[in-house]
Design a protein around this ligand. Sequence first.
Ligand code: DOR
Ligand code: ZN
Length: 346
Amino acid sequence: MTQRLTIRRPDDWHLHLRDGAMLRAVLPETARHFGRAIIMPNLVPPVVTAADARAYRDRILQALPEAADFTPLMTLYLTEETDPADVAAAHASGLIHAVKLYPAGATTNSASGVRDFDKVRAVLEKMAEIGLTLCVHGEVTDPEIDIFDREAVFIDRVLDPIRRQTPELRVVLEHVTTRDGIAYIGETEKNLAGTITTHHLVINRNHILVGGIRPHYYCLPVAKRESHRLALRAAATSGDPRYFLGTDSAPHLDPLKESACGCAGCFTATNTMSVLAEVFEQDGALDRLEAFTSLHGARYYGLPASDATITLTRGDPVPYPARIDTADGPVTVFDPGFPLHWQVGA
Ligand code: DOR
Ligand code: ZN
């Protein structure tokens, strides 16, 4: 059995770093193993303009540990007021690598998101023209729609119409959680890819709800039934270049998750590479881990793969902390529920 595995330095194509004390605590967890990450713009207030993104990038760079080899890839939060010219200028200057579409009300800090998709047509057309990627939180917010169906309905009602109207728009369907999402990506020839999170490869909805409610497994889109998880595993380990890692590592302070109305988000930055190595090993696909974590995403975004490498080593189960500390309080680290034999380095 392989005991050491050297792969290109991975990238995270969907990451929440927050700001302030949380940023300072979680950034080193990602920068330790990852070379780049697409940084989500759902701060309060959101990162809407090029000026906001530049200021946020500076705060991230200031919070980076010395000697870190990490580049934040910035995004803008799409609103109905977003100016196509501001987006185009931010892209042309190399500041931003994507624009994020949150349907209004779909998830954490999405109140400024889009209600009427016709109002963002001009921005989407400009993005298609300049080759800028749209990252999509793919869930409808219609209260009539069951939460477990929101991704599939979004694809039919919103995503497919947008892509038919603007076929040249490059889209990433983020944190895919259903076999419907995988099927939709699978039947598409160009300009569509999907990110898959670490936690959705591991948990299904039973993990959240059986034997007591487990708030640290609650995220959005919510984990679905087992057959969907298996479809995600098959896609992630398939070697198909349309799928790549976007952890959606989304830290919240423990009291805000362990609450009568807990926040959505799983914090996986600390142990993601160990969990993924275990998952790919379980599926006999360790030789495809590098493609999923380090090659496919860069290719879709038109960036070179990293020249740096990391080495994973297999040995006795690796102890990870149950939580990390921030100056504002603790954040629980995702517990995959099985021992982790792989660690980066050592
Ligand atoms: O679980 C989630 N947490 N899903 C999201 O879409 C947002 C994220 C967050 O920002 O906490
Ligand atoms: Zn997210």
